[in-house]
Ligand binder design. Structure first.
Ligand SMILES: Cc1cc2nc3c(=O)[nH]c(=O)nc-3n(C[C@H](O)[C@H](O)[C@H](O)COP(=O)(O)OP(=O)(O)OC[C@H]3O[C@@H](n4cnc5c(N)ncnc54)[C@H](O)[C@@H]3O)c2cc1C
Length: 492
């Protein structure tokens, strides 16, 4: 099924997806059957968002927070990227690589600008759970049924590719400490026989399709109890904990310094409120309107995730709020281990500490499926938290690990963030298709990561950069990398 066909039948597909993937799935990426037709628009990012550990946990957490928010607005650029999360900043980074490698053959410097509505990287990327974990075989069987074997394999490959590429950058530039990159893996505990059977089926389908699962490990309930303190059978996958905002800040710096032939500017606190065809006689195609004035662009990339519908109502991306707390453990990292863990719909990991005997801050999120909170869907309001969900998150760890977490302990920070869910849980990547009223020549989208963007957005952004690069060098020819799932493409 092509992705456009699939999306036309989105509500039906969502039901099918629920049937083939099951409902008891770990982490934020659970499948929800959205009434997407009932939801017509999305707001701009709201003012005064809650403060996350990643954006405000230390005084120097977000040095680019207000970058380019004052003074003159850039008046024109070759490429305008809307959104400064991992998607938008990664597009800027990959474009810089193309220019540096002279694969974009231009005689004058390529100019790119990132326009961000609030502070730098203050959307989902600056407010998430901090797990950079490829789904090595999780969901494999569902993807196999929906998209066929080649696509199911590519859905694994993109995540492994991203994890490996980001790991290589971390090693090459010595960022590990700076961005808290701790590749300690993640353990998914199967708390029901159904979930165990489902993960096992995913695993066996992946093995049958030739996916290399040698880095994954199965644990008996006794082994999980011994290592992590809860008696459930579990699967352990490679993955990393990370400070997402700091990682993305480094991507920005690399892009900014990449080449004299690449001129990158960032304007934070500059929401794009609408777009129009550029003025007559302009060499550019589009004009983006902001409260600070307008900016003319040859190419536009929408990296706006949960907020995409505000400018592009034709995309089925539903904003969904997630909540996180940062709470001090009552045990050392030695006792907790530095592994990320998933149990039921909660996911958590301890922050790195300088002394392993110290009690770490633990970042834990999720839980809305267990609390049953419909108010988390169809909302872009991350300026508030939900007390019901907050109580659930506070109670969860002490109830499962009473010897490691103190009941009644208040979190040091608590925040919300907005995810963008699509009917298939997969993002939209590529040129925006024309509608009856608008010809979207030169506009691209990379959005809709459905609560699981860290191991996918960097790869999707590379594909967008290749597409835009091919326009800039006049060849118009781009190749989709072997590891990229074709069903993510808007052109499929
Ligand atoms: C609570 C929570 C927990 C999560 N946990 C994880 C996890 O542990 N692991 C994982 O892989 N994924 C997780 N996710 C999902 C992950 O964070 C996202 O998939 C990913 O960050 C998406 O990146 P993005 O750049 O596409 O979107 P965002 O980071 O949301 O960036 C989009 C940016 O666009 C800006 N913007 C929007 N509209 C406009 C406009 N009109 N003009 C200017 N700027 C605009 C926004 O302000 C925002 O900064 C979580 C998400 C949340 C909310």
């Amino acid at each position: 099924m092509s992705s456009r066909t699939a999306r036309r039948f989105a509500p039906l597909l969502a039901l099918l997806l629920l049937a083939v993937r099951g409902s008891a799935l770990p982490v934020e990426s659970e499948q929800t059957v959205f009434q997407s037709s009932a939801y017509t628009g999305s707001s701009l990012p709201v003012p005064g968002p809650t403060k996350s550990f990643w954006t405000h946990g230390t005084a120097d957490a977000n040095p680019l927070a207000a970058e380019g928010s004052e003074g003159a607005l850039t008046s024109e650029a070759d490429v305008c990227i809307i959104g400064s999360g991992i998607s938008g900043t990664s597009v800027a980074y990959h474009l810089s690589n193309l220019v540096k490698a002279a694969r974009v053959d231009v005689s004058t410097p390529v100019s790119a600008v990132i326009l961000e509505a609030r502070d730098f990287c203050s959307g989902a990327t600056g407010r998430n759970g901090g797990h950079l974990t490829p789904y090595s075989f999780v969901y494999f069987n569902g993807n196999l049924k929906l998209w066929g074997e080649d696509e199911a394999i590519r859905a694994v490959e993109i995540e492994r590719y991203v994890f490996s590429e980001i790991g290589n950058l971390v090693d090459k530039h010595g960022w590990a400490e700076k961005v808290d990159f701790v590749p300690s893996g993640r353990v998914t505990m199967a708390y029901t026989q159904d979930l165990y059977d489902q993960i096992r089926l995913d695993y066996e389908s992946a093995v049958a399709a030739g996916v290399d699962v040698s880095a994954d490990e199965w644990l008996t309930k006794e082994e999980t109890k011994e290592r992590y303190g809860a008696a459930y059978p579990a699967a352990r996958h490679p993955g990393s904990n990370v400070w997402p905002l700091k990682l993305v800040t480094e991507f920005y710096h690399l892009a900014k310094q990449a080449s004299p032939a690449y001129n990158l500017t960032l304007h934070t606190r500059t929401p794009v409120t609408s777009f129009n065809v550029a003025s007559q006689g302009s060499s550019r195609k589009w004009a983006l309107e902001t409260p600070r004035g307008s900016i003319e662009c040859s190419y536009v990339v929408h990296a706006t995730n949960a907020y995409t519908k505000h400018l592009l109502p034709q995309f089925e991306i539903i904003p969904t709020r997630g909540q996180i707390i940062a709470v001090r453990a009552n045990a050392s990292v030695e006792e907790l281990t530095n592994s990320a863990l998933v149990l039921k719909h909660q996911y958590w990991f301890p922050r790195p500490v300088s002394d392993p005997s110290e009690a770490p801050l633990v970042i834990i999120g999720g839980g809305r499926q267990e609390v049953g909170s419909p108010e988390e869907y169809y909302t872009t309001d991350d300026s508030v938290t939900n007390p019901k969900l907050g109580k659930h998150l506070r109670d969860f760890l002490p109830s499962v690990f009473p010897e490691k977490f103190a009941a009644g302990r208040e979190p040091e920070m608590e925040w919300t963030g907005i995810m963008g869910y699509t009917p298939t849980d997969d993002p939209y990547v590529g040129p925006i298709q024309d509608t009856e009223s608008i010809k979207f020549d030169g506009q691209y989208v990379v959005a809709g990561f459905s609560g699981h963007g860290m191991p996918r957005a960097f790869g999707a952004a590379e594909v967008i950069a290749r597409m835009v690069g091919a326009e800039l060098d006049g060849s118009g020819e781009w190749e989709v990398p072997a590891w990229f799932p074709r069903h993510y493409l808007t052109t499929a």
